[in-house]
Design a protein around this ligand. Structure first.
Ligand SMILES: [Mn+2]
Length: 473
């Protein structure tokens, strides 16, 4: 039970909400007329005759007290008597004070927490200002889309190897675009691989993903980059000017081209996209809410990387609408039978160079096993990096992981396999056509060695773990 000493607008609002939440609230006031008004609107009230010494018995049983009296002498008197000079144990007191009273030492008088009304208002103001900023950007994007209605389709382009944040964001943007009467397609340059979640999300959100490299780009009137902000990271051809760019990666603004740019520092693009949908009044159904929530969870590595208050606020709201069974199942990926076979052979053949665990999986039936095994190998004690690769359908799937904070694997793989790889600092992936790596065919006896040299060899050299050059005599 909470007891509220005195009355104020904020205290009344808080009491209403507490009642709705099923929490017991008792007002304790010194003015019998006020008491009558409060009980008239359904609140429990006790009248405290301040000329009597002891506070009402009901206060002893309270979990916490809110000192809300706007009358200074009354507030002081109540606080002094409740605290009783520290002689008796009393419930903790939160003093909600108007600013002109803040000069007074409520802490010194025994309040456990002192909250000036101005501070309460400022916290809310900051959140509202951010909301208004989101609303302004949303209106700008909506106007841009409406002005292009009837002129052709929108192409939503993701990073080369899209992750759950990219997929959820692209699905959200497609939904948003459609709400305003335009049709959109989603494309990426690499194949979507790497995550069991990705496959489930594709099915769930009915995402048809097109191959950017095989598309007739002339068909589109507007190009939107989402969860990626540059042509090089998305493999969008140089001659195409992106119209819309929505991303959270910290690429210098000068490197980002686009008519409408929204590059903000948040943990995930899913956070920004959820805001666009809400501000635009576009419905977020339970699967999409689950997908966006997963985007935030995975991109922030369970809220441990780059998470902002906006991510948390949006995540909380998404949880209220999300299909939670789905979200749970997306967070505990299943390993396919192929993945288990690959894992068994990986463990047998894996080698350790320095603190790097390497595994060439050879031909893999399930390309998603590559990142899963890379995650698994990184768990070994004493290991700082893992690199796993395997061939699937003429493409070499590569996944790298590191615990070393001084490395940026996304950049490293991008440099080693330009146009075919990318990712975050601690996890990165690539899908490289076999012929870019070696001319030795998979049937050849020296294929394994050739592939090891082209992938592991380059990676180790980059990390400074390559074979030492023989000293010249
Ligand atoms: Mn992202």
């Amino acid at each position: 039970m909470y007891a509220i000493l005195g009355v104020s607008d904020a205290a009344l609002e808080a009491a209403e909400r507490l009642k709705k939440l099923g929490k017991e609230v008792v007002f304790v006031v010194s003015d019998s007329r006020q008491a009558g008004l409060l009980s008239g609107v359904g609140f429990k009230v006790e009248v405290w005759d301040l000329s009597a010494d002891a506070p009402p018995q009901v206060l002893q049983g309270a979990d916490a007290l809110l000192l809300a009296s706007q009358d200074l002498p009354t507030a002081e008197e109540m606080l002094r008597k409740v605290k009783g000079g520290g002689r008796v144990p009393s419930p903790p007191v939160l003093a909600l004070v108007p600013d002109e009273l803040f000069g007074l030492d409520f802490k010194g008088m025994g309040a456990d927490v002192v909250l000036p009304l101005s501070q309460l208002a400022a916290d809310r103001l900051l959140a509202l200002l951010e909301d208004l900023e989101c609303a302004r950007r949303e209106r700008e994007l909506r106007e841009l889309l409406l002005s292009r209605r009837g002129r052709g389709r929108v192409l939503v382009v993701m990073q080369i190897n899209p992750d759950p944040d990219a997929l959820a964001s692209a699905a959200a943007l497609k939904r948003y675009v459609r709400a305003f009467g335009l049709e959109a397609d989603i494309a990426c340059a690499g194949e979507v691989s790497g995550y069991y979640q990705n496959r489930v999300m594709r099915n769930l959100l009915e995402l048809e993903l097109l191959d950017l490299k095989a598309l007739d780009l002339e068909r589109y009137s507007l190009y939107a980059l989402v969860d990626v902000s540059t042509r090089s990271h998305s493999a969008l051809p140089e001659e195409i000017f992106p119209t819309v760019v929505i991303d959270h990666h910290s690429v210098p603004a000068s490197e980002v081209q686009g008519k409408f740019k929204d590059i903000r520092i948040t943990g995930a693009t899913s956070t920004l996209m959820a805001k666009y949908l809400w501000c635009g009044g576009v419905e977020v159904d339970p699967p999409l809410a689950a997908a966006l929530a997963l985007g935030i969870v995975t991109d922030t590595l369970y809220f441990t990387r780059g998470v902002t208050p906006l991510d948390l606020e949006v995540f909380q709201q998404l949880l209220q609408r999300a299909d939670l069974d789905l979200l749970r199942s997306l967070q505990s990926p299943l390993l396919s039978r192929d993945a288990f076979d690959s894992l068994a052979s990986a463990l047998k053949r894996a080698r350790i160079v320095g603190n790097c665990f390497l595994a060439n999986l050879g031909e893999v039936g399930d390309p998603e096993s590559v990142p899963q095994i890379a995650d698994f190998l990184l768990q070994r004690e004493g290991i700082s990096h893992s690199l796993v690769y395997g061939v699937h359908g003429g493409t070499v799937r590569i996944s790298a992981r590191t615990k070393d904070r001084s490395l940026h694997l996304g950049q490293i793989l991008r440099e080693l396999f330009p146009g075919f790889a990318g990712g975050h600092a601690s996890m990165a992936a690539g899908s490289v056509p076999l012929q870019h790596l070696t001319r030795v065919g998979p049937g050849n006896r020296s294929f394994r060695v050739a592939l090891d040299r082209a992938v592991a060899g380059r990676f180790l050299a980059k990390l400074g773990l390559g074979p030492k050059r023989r000293r010249q005599k």
